[in-house]
Design a protein around this ligand. Structure first.
Ligand code: NDP
Ligand code: 8X3
Length: 253
């Protein structure tokens, strides 16, 4: 079985790569940071007896996505599992103070990037009359919270695309799933706060957030169901987070 994971250089994607390697998948790992891809490739090859192909490209660039996917060697062409994980939130300001460049980055990555990659992988799955696509969405795709309008819009779009793909691909035996996590401590908040690590840390003050392993566990559950079972969506939150805006924090002075 071959899996392609977007955004494998950090956080969820990195943990999912290690987990799928443990399950025996051959892996295509992608992201923009080539040195991290090289390091992960070496780690996967050293610890698991699997083949790994790193592909460095920006999912916002359709030409680069196309070049990368069309360059796949014959022994990596039949992709059984696509994990659309690459994504981000950018900015924490209310709409009226927020930045158009942040909107472009979120929509171009979370929505258009996911579409570009999926569009390139789906024909092979249709040809094989099998396959599985897992989109990493968010609880931001379920509820909208203050300062999150565009990120939430991007994840609502991911949910619509997930449902649409499921409807259109059902006749080819292709499973389409999504995972909708709440707060998880990865590089996500550092990116969202434009590199401000103190502000990123404060996001999780007084609670135990999810971690990347929790999402790898969820992926493992989804991909190990029998052929006749398809998981549509799994929502997963920290125990101290009820929804996007109600958390129970225990602050210590
Ligand atoms: P990280 O910042 O740790 O990882 C994000 C990954 O996405 C990196 O590997 C990054 O790779 C990749 N990426 C970002 N932009 C691009 C791009 N333009 N082209 C290619 N790859 C890109 O965050 P998480 O692991 O937390 O996030 C993964 C997904 O989970 C995202 O879709 C996010 O929205 C979602 N999510 C996160 C939650 C959280 O609280 N952490 C909760 C719910 C959902 P590189 O920089 O090398 O390109
Ligand atoms: C990330 C989770 O709650 O910060 O998708 O929007 S949240």
């Amino acid at each position: 079985m071959i899996a392609l994971i977007t955004g494998a250089t950090s956080g969820f994607g990195h943990a999912i790569a290690l987990r799928l390697a443990k399950l025996g998948y051959k892996l295509i790992i992608t992201g923009r940071r080539s040195e991290r891809l090289e390091k992960l490739t070496k780690e996967l090859q050293a610890n698991f007896s699997i083949e790994v192909l790193p592909l460095c490209f920006d999912v916002r660039d359709n030409e680069a996505c196309t070049k990368a996917i069309l360059s796949l060697p014959a022994n990596f062409k039949k992709i059984d599992l696509l994990i659309n994980n690459a994504g981000l939130a950018a900015g924490t300001s209310p709409f009226q103070e927020s930045d158009l460049a942040d909107y472009d980055q979120m929509i171009d990555t979370n929505v258009k990037g996911l579409l570009y990659v999926t569009k390139l992988i789906v024909p092979g799955m249709i040809g094989a009359e099998s396959g599985h696509i897992i989109n990493i969405s968010s609880i931001a795709g379920i509820e909208v919270y203050p300062t999150g309008s565009v990120y939430c819009a991007s994840k609502h779009a991911v949910n619509a695309i997930t449902k649409g793909l499921r409807l259109d691909l059902i006749k080819y035996g292709i499973k389409v799933s999504s995972i909708s996590p709440g707060m998880a401590e990865t590089e996500f908040s550092i990116v969202r706060n434009h590199g401000d690590e103190a502000k990123a840390k404060a996001v999780y003050a007084g609670l135990v957030p999810l971690n990347a392993e929790d999402i790898a566990d969820t992926v493992e559950f989804i991909v190990t169901r029998p052929a006749h079972v398809s998981i549509n969506d799994i929502q997963i939150n920290p125990t101290q987070q009820a929804n996007t805006y109600i958390s129970h924090r225990k602050l210590v002075n």
